[in-house]
Write a protein that binds this ligand. Structure first.
Ligand SMILES: [Zn+2]
Length: 314
C-alpha cells in the first residue's frame, strides 16, 4: 500500500507554487509555474492537481488531500473566492468546482492566513499562540493565528493591514484612500516613491541594495520601516500578539527591515513591552506549506501534522 501524502497549491498573481508533502512532513516535490490567467481557472487547477497526484504516485505516495490557497476576499464557509484583483477572479466557487473534478478531497483558503498557520506550525512562530504574520510583498497583508486557526473576520476581509491609514491625509493609494501603509512600505510603494524622487526605476530590493550609498534610498526605506512600525504599534495594542513575523518578498531585506522596525515598535510603545519581531523561516513557501497543512488537517491527520518540522530551502 502506498504511503500517504498531500498536495499544497498557492495560486499567486504571477506564480503558482506547488508542493507534494509526505504525511511525515517530508517535502518530496516542489515547483513554481507561471499562473495561467484563464477565464475559468478551475479546469487548469484541476489538471494541476491530477498531475501532482501522478507525481506523488510515481514516488510511491497516495495523495489523501489537496489544499489550494489564493489571495483575495474569500468566503471560507463555502470555499468561494468573492474577489481576487490580481487573479482577475470574481465569485469563483473554487472548492466545490475543484472537488467536482478531483478524485482527492480538496480544501481551499486564503494565502496569507495559510502562511500564518504554517509559520505557527513549523516556522518562525513554532509552538507560539497569537501570532501576527505580516507579509510585505507587492502589497501588504496580515494574518492573526490563535488556537490553530486564523481570524477571518465578519466578511472574510480580516488582515488588510496594508490599507490601514498610517499617514492620515498622506499619499493616495490605488484603493482610493490616502496614507495607507502599502503606499509607503509595500514593494510597489517603495519602488514608486523612489522613482518619483529620482526619475530612476528601481525595485524595492534595489532600493535596499542602495542603502549604503544612496541617500534617497535611505530616505524612502526609512519612511517604509517607520510606517510599518507605526502600523505594528496599533496592531500590538489591539491584538497583543506573542510574536510578530515579517514575511513576503521584502523579508529578504533581513536586518535592514528587522532592526528599524523593532526600534520603531519599541519607541512607539511607551507603557508596555513590544512583542518580539522575527523574520519568516519559510520564506515564499509559507502559503504553500500552509495549504498542504490544511489538507492534512482536513484529512484528519492532525497527529502526523503536529510532527512536521521540514523546512524546505527558500
Ligand atoms: Zn489603500
Amino acid at each position: 500500500m502506498s504511503a500517504p501524502a498531500v498536495v499544497g497549491l498557492d495560486v499567486g498573481g504571477t506564480t503558482t507554487k506547488a508542493l507534494v508533502v509526505a504525511a511525515d512532513g517530508t517535502v518530496v516535490h516542489q515547483e513554481n509555474r507561471a499562473t495561467a490567467h484563464a477565464a475559468d481557472p478551475v479546469p487548469g487547477l484541476a489538471a494541476e492537481l491530477d498531475r501532482l497526484t501522478a507525481v506523488a504516485a510515481a514516488q510511491g505516495l497516495a495523495v489523501v488531500g489537496a489544499g489550494v490557497v489564493t489571495p483575495g476576499l474569500i468566503d471560507e464557509a463555502t470555499g468561494t473566492v468573492r474577489y481576487a484583483s490580481n487573479l482577475g477572479w470574481r465569485d469563483v466557487p473554487l472548492r466545490a468546482a475543484l472537488q467536482d473534478r478531483s478524485a482527492v478531497p480538496v480544501t481551499t483558503g486564503h494565502d496569507v492566513r495559510a502562511a500564518g498557520l504554517a509559520e505557527q506550525l513549523l516556522g518562525a512562530a513554532r509552538g507560539v499562540d497569537d501570532v501576527l504574520l505580516v507579509t510585505i510583498g507587492t502589497g501588504i497583508a496580515a494574518a492573526l493565528v490563535g488556537g490553530g486557526r486564523a481570524l477571518t473576520g465578519g466578511t472574510g476581509a480580516a488582515g488588510e493591514i496594508g490599507h490601514a491609514p498610517v499617514r492620515p491625509g498622506g499619499e493616495v493609494c490605488p484603493c482610493g484612500q490616502r496614507g495607507c501603509l502599502e503606499v509607503y512600505a509595500s514593494g510597489a510603494g517603495v519602488a514608486r516613491r523612489y522613482e518619483t524622487r529620482t526619475g530612476r526605476a528601481r525595485s524595492a530590493a534595489g532600493v535596499v541594495g542602495g542603502l549604503d550609498t544612496d541617500p534617497v534610498a535611505r530616505e524612502v526605506w526609512a519612511d517604509a520601516t517607520s510606517a510599518l512600525a507605526d502600523a505594528l504599534v496599533t496592531a500590538t495594542l489591539l491584538l497583543d500578539p506573542s510574536v510578530v513575523v515579517l514575511g513576503g518578498g521584502l523579508a529578504a531585506a533581513a536586518a535592514d527591515l528587522l532592526e528599524p522596525v523593532q526600534a520603531g515598535l519599541s519607541a512607539g510603545l511607551t507603557w508596555r513591552e513590544p512583542p518580539p519581531v522575527a523574520l519568516t523561516r519559510l520564506g515564499s513557501l509559507a502559503g504553500c506549506l500552509g495549504a498542504a497543512a490544511m489538507a492534512m488537517a482536513s484529512a484528519g491527520r492532525d497527529v502526523e501534522l503536529a510532527g512536521w518540522t521540514a523546512v524546505p530551502a527558500r
